[in-house]
Design a protein around this ligand. Structure first.
Ligand SMILES: [Zn+2]
Length: 108
């Protein structure tokens, strides 16, 4: 069984790192086939070649209004995505288009 935390972690690794499927599966201590299946279930895109652009992450204190507040790691210290938010008017949804989408996956 996958816990919500593991799903979130998978989505985070899948979308914000350049790790391969195998490395992600190892991080999560899951068989690669299971991670791949779960990613498919979560609607995450097939991983093609690594993205050319490297994202920059920021600690909370450096986040400015309008920046995505999706945490991209597990703390010490927390770093956040900091991409422009998709919806500036929704304080309850402080994510960029990408993280807005993955943060809604699995919400029941
Ligand atoms: Zn984001």
């Amino acid at each position: 069984m996958w816990t919500d935390d593991q799903e979130t972690q998978l989505a985070g690794l899948w979308t914000t790192t350049r790790k391969t499927q195998r490395e992600i599966a190892e991080d999560l201590e899951r068989p690669q086939s299971s991670a791949r299946w779960k990613a498919h279930e979560l609607g995450l895109a097939e991983r093609g070649p690594a993205p050319a652009r490297v994202r920059t992450y920021r600690p909370l204190l450096d986040l400015e209004h309008g920046m995505c507040r999706y945490p991209v790691n597990n703390g010490s210290p927390y770093l956040f995505c900091s991409e422009p938010r998709e919806r500036l008017d929704l304080e309850s949804d402080p994510y960029c288009a990408y993280h807005r989408r993955i943060s809604r996956v699995g919400r029941r």
